[in-house]
Design a protein around this ligand. Structure first.
Ligand code: CA
Length: 273
């Protein structure tokens, strides 16, 4: 598949992972790829990695390499936006220590307050910070000194996630089961008592994104990003509309009535039936 790297956003950086091609275009075929190499914005099976780095070139380079390896990289140019991204939901944070505003140590502290045990990989130019890190009571998962190899960094991200029991992506053939409710990722079907609920592609993607994180409130903004893609232009009410349609489908099945809960002023969460 030699054509996939032709429009690479970063000159000279080629995606060497053609296996991504097996997933094809995003759900509904409407999304513009976020990055040159199969940045399938609507691919609901990716793990999200927040890249907190103020140097735009480095940030984009890391995001690009993450995308090539099947991760969904989300950039944050400063400490506050990093914390906001963590709050919206992520699986790991790549954290530069020298960030404008609040520094990496403070970001790490607050991120762990938001989510205890969130995997953190520290990125730093200053070797003097290593000593501080060693004494850092929160504990970090790994440390990469600048200058660094993006490939090695992504390999370490993968290793950390594996240690935490999180693979880069959910197996494509996985079926999520919640009692009599089945979400069949391979067939893209939602079934109740074995009967297909005939969900539309976006509805399916939305339900899957929520059901992948049972009991976790997910921000509308993140749902848009994951289901419609970063290129989506429109209103967050789109999420509400799709949730209403999903609820209508689930309505006929009493045990499912309260599986999609609204979280006031924030988003939605999936509560297993
Ligand atoms: Ca920096």
């Amino acid at each position: 598949m030699p054509g996939h790297t032709a429009s690479a956003g970063i000159a000279g950086v080629a995606c060497d992972s053609p296996r991504r091609a097996i997933f094809g275009p995003t759900i509904g075929g409407e999304n513009v790829a976020r990055t040159a190499c199969w940045g399938i914005a609507g691919d609901v099976m990716k793990r999200t990695v927040v890249v907190a780095e103020d140097d735009e070139a480095i940030r984009e380079l890391i995001i690009h390499h993450l995308a090539c390896e099947g991760f969904d990289g989300v950039g944050a140019p400063d400490g506050l936006s990093a914390i906001r991204k963590v709050r919206e939901g992520c699986d790991l944070i790549v954290l530069d220590l020298g960030l404008p505003g609040i520094d990496g140590f403070e970001v790490a502290r607050r991120a762990r307050e938001i989510r205890a045990g969130l995997p953190i990989l520290i990125l730093s130019a200053r070797s003097g910070e290593i000593d501080r890190l060693l004494g850092f009571e929160l504990g970090i998962d790994d440390f990469v000194a600048k200058p660094f190899s993006p490939r090695e960094l992504v390999a370490r991200v993968r290793a950390i996630l594996r240690r935490h029991g999180l693979d880069a992506e959910l197996p494509v053939d996985r079926v999520l089961r919640f009692g009599d409710l089945e979400i069949d990722v391979a067939a893209r079907e939602v079934r109740m008592y074995g009967l297909d609920l005939a969900c539309k592609p976006r509805e399916f993607a939305l339900l899957l994104e929520l059901a992948r994180n049972p009991g976790v409130a997910i921000a509308r903004e993140r749902l848009i990003d994951r289901v419609w893609g970063a290129a989506f232009v429109g209103d967050e009410r789109t999420v509400d509309v799709h949730v209403s349609r999903l609820r209508a489908r689930l309505e006929g099945h009493a045990p499912l009535r309260s599986t999609l809960r609204s979280v006031h002023g924030f988003g939605y969460k999936f509560v297993p039936p």
